[in-house]
Design a binder for this molecule. Structure first.
Ligand SMILES: NC(=O)c1ccc[n+]([C@@H]2O[C@H](COP(=O)([O-])OP(=O)(O)OC[C@H]3O[C@@H](n4cnc5c(N)ncnc54)[C@H](OP(=O)(O)O)[C@@H]3O)[C@@H](O)[C@H]2O)c1
Length: 172
């Protein structure tokens, strides 16, 4: 099973402004959607899921109606049979295995990415860097001070004229 993660950041590594806004360019949203459509399942944190449902309820339809696993210890269920709540990375992996789903994309936020990094469950970390700097914001990860990971390989591409995509892989 392959689990990748995708996030967009500012130049200084923020995934959102402090008020939660993600002011990325249309081109970046489109290249995210193109990538996410390649995965039969996406994994999302409860906070991000709530934002998506409130601001863009047809977002998952636009991504081709993948299975959606929402990471939450407290949420009981979602309003959709395709959207399932799981309490953490291990349960998410078990559900994907049961459903025979071989690829999934973690789409944030920061807490959810960090839980999957700590579970050593991310094969590729894909980061789109927008040409913006936020004075304050939500950082890419929320990890213990001593946590460290070095990736075996790095690839850089440019999905649109104003975005650099860096893909960090566990495998060389
Ligand atoms: N730039 C990007 O690409 C991007 C992508 C996605 C989101 N975002 C932004 O990121 C922000 C939200 O990120 P976030 O980090 O605050 O939240 P999140 O990852 O979307 O959701 C975090 C949820 O995880 C659950 N959780 C916390 N600790 C846990 C644990 N130990 N085990 C299992 N579940 C746990 C909590 O739900 P329970 O309390 O119910 O357990 C919590 O609500 C928003 O501003 C959003 O716009 C940006």
């Amino acid at each position: 099973m392959t689990i990748d993660a995708y996030l967009t950041t500012s130049i200084n590594g923020m995934i959102a402004q402090l008020n939660g806004d993600t002011p990325w360019s249309d081109a970046t949203w489109q290249s995210y959607a193109r990538l996410a459509r390649k995965y039969p399942a996406v994994i999302v944190g409860k906070a991000t899921y709530g934002i998506i449902q409130a601001s863009s309820p047809d977002e998952f339809e636009k991504l081709g109606d993948p299975r959606v696993l929402v990471i939450s210890r407290r949420m009981k269920k979602t309003g959709s049979a395709m959207h399932r709540v799981v309490p953490g990375p291990q349960s998410a992996l078990a559900v994907l295995k049961r459903l025979r789903i071989k690829r999934a994309l973690v789409i944030g936020g920061s807490k959810t990415l960090s839980l999957f990094l700590q579970a050593d469950a991310i094969d590729k970390l894909i980061v789109d860097i927008e040409p913006q700097i936020f004075g304050e914001g939500i950082p890419l990860v929320d990890l213990p001070a001593s946590w460290k990971r070095t990736y075996a390989s790095v690839r850089v591409s440019q999905p649109s004229s104003k975005v650099a995509r860096v893909t960090y892989s566990k495998a060389a």
